[in-house]
Design a protein around this ligand. Structure first.
Ligand SMILES: Nc1ncnc2c1ncn2[C@@H]1O[C@H](COP(=O)(O)OP(=O)(O)OP(=O)(O)O)[C@@H](O)[C@H]1O
Ligand SMILES: [Mg+2]
Length: 460
């Protein structure tokens, strides 16, 4: 016999999907900031605690007190009733009424040949009504009528005694625990105080984290840290800030070392090259010598490129620069008869940049485009907190497989086509370096115009 085991996997995956959906929904609803989250972590348990307290404690307390008060009131009424029945004479009754009012605070009167009013529909949920009715039924066991709902401060109770009806007016406070709202008020007030204190403390705890985030963001964008940045706040936050500062120093040292080394190498090589040139100049003119001279010139241009980059741009100050102006300068300095179209939005685009470096990056892209194409279009704009500069041309473009390679230093697609143009293959490498110093990057793609589209994007 084979046992058919039901396949419960679909149930599980259903549960998992449901769980995923719910947790996504909650995550979407939750505030994203640390401050708001921390506040919720404090407020949520408080509200929960107070709700449970109010419900369990207060509800029971209220019920017990109301029951006690009702019992006592009905006991008094019961005794007054018994006294009235034992001493029904006129004089005794008036003495009883007086006593009831002075001793018990109950206003009573006995009305002969009276009937109880129509039974009212009971309020749906009225603790007092229920308690009083129960007590009267239990202790007196006669037909009765009560009105606990009226807005007045009194509760009207009528009890049928044979022919007559006993009217009792009791103060509401005598029968009912009505001061619980004071407790609630106290609870609310103390919660408010607690919350205020929590907010003040939290604010101080979270500020250092925000400052650390800001400093990290600025480092990513290649900007100096906020001037008064130092480790602050709770121990863990201070540790993180300390680690961040050490990391930043290490990065800075590293960059500086690299720059110094590059500058040194370039400088030494240039000295040798200069000697080379002098020696070449002493040779007689011959095609081989001419070629050698060209090569040396090219090498020198290369070195100058690198040196300029190595020492020049990395230390540049950040200023607020007008991007439209930069693009116009690049166009004017291209010295070409070719068609360069520059499009910047209507509003001036002023953003914090290392102006010279940035201009150089854009110029590298534009010069490439001019070299390979007849029509060039340059546009700039803001997109999701980033500055985006697009350089498009109608030249041959770069095949997709080569688009990453051309960023390598000294890498040129078509050596033959570049020979003798004075190009070193450093342009894109430098441009990307500059973009990254700004915390951004350059990507290459296919342009609508038919050629290459270079997108320079830096966060601002
Ligand atoms: N707009 C373009 N259209 C077609 N090919 C391009 C374009 N821009 C660059 N390239 C290719 O990418 C290679 C690398 O470009 P890069 O700017 O790094 O060096 P380069 O222009 O040759 O030299 P340099 O810019 O240092 O003078 C170029 O040699 C060229 O083959
Ligand atoms: Mg170039």
């Amino acid at each position: 016999m084979t046992l058919a085991v039901p396949d419960i996997r679909p149930v599980f995956s259903g549960f998992r999907a449901l769980y995923g959906k719910i947790s996504t929904a909650i995550r979407d609803q939750m505030p994203k900031g640390l401050y708001a989250r921390a506040l919720i972590i404090i407020i949520a348990p408080m509200v929960l605690l107070q709700s449970v307290l109010t419900f369990v404690f207060l509800e029971r307390h209220w019920e017990t007190v109301t029951k006690r008060l009702s019992t006592a009131t009905v006991q008094n009424i019961s005794m007054l009733m018994a006294l009235h029945q034992a001493y029904p004479s006129e004089a005794d009754t008036s003495a009883l009424v007086k006593m009831a009012s002075e001793t018990y605070g109950l206003r009573i009167k006995f009305i002969e040949d009276d009937e109880l009013p129509q039974v009212r529909s009971r309020p749906f949920f009225d603790l007092l009504d229920r308690m009083l009715s129960d007590e009267i039924t239990r202790q007196i066991g006669r037909p009765f009528w009560i009105d606990t709902v009226g807005a007045s401060n009194f509760v009207d109770i009528r009890i049928k005694l044979g022919d007559s009806v006993m009217h009792v007016l009791a103060r509401r406070s005598q029968t009912y625990a009505s001061n619980s709202h004071i407790f609630l008020l106290w609870m609310l007030a103390t919660s408010l105080v607690l919350l205020t204190v929590a907010i003040l403390f939290l604010r101080n705890q979270i500020k250092p984290i925000l400052r650390l985030a800001e400093a990290a963001e600025r480092l990513g964008k290649g900007r100096p840290p906020p001037p008064d940045f130092r480790p602050r706040g709770a121990r863990e936050v201070r540790q993180a800030a300390q680690a961040f500062i050490e990391m930043r120093d290490r990065i800075e040292r590293h960059v500086e070392q690299r720059t110094t080394m590059l500058a040194g190498v370039s400088h030494d090589l240039r000295t040798v090259l200069t000697r080379f040139k002098l020696q070449l100049a002493m040779f007689e003119d011959a095609p081989e010598v001419e070629e050698l001279r060209n090569d040396v010139d090219e090498m020198q241009a290369m070195l100058e490129d690198y040196m300029a980059f190595a020492k020049g741009d990395s230390g540049e100050e950040i200023v607020r620069a007008d991007v439209g102006e930069i693009l116009a300068e690049v166009r004017d300095q291209a010295h070409t008869a070719k068609d360069i179209r520059v499009a910047v939005g209507d509003e001036p685009l002023v953003v914090p940049l290392r102006r010279h470096a940035f201009k150089r990056a854009v110029a590298n892209l534009v010069n490439n485009a001019i070299r390979f194409a007849d029509h060039v279009s340059v546009s700039a704009g803001r997109e999701d907190g980033s500055l985006v500069v697009e350089v498009e041309d109608d030249g041959p473009g770069i095949p997709e497989a080569e688009r990453e390679h051309v960023f390598r230093p000294f890498y040129r697609l078509d050596d033959a086509r570049n020979q003798g143009t004075g190009s070193t293959g450093l342009g894109l490498a430098i441009a990307r370096d500059i973009a990254r110093i700004h915390g951004g990057d350059i990507s290459l793609g296919q342009s609508q115009l038919g050629g290459l589209k270079a997108v320079l994007k830096v966060p601002v």
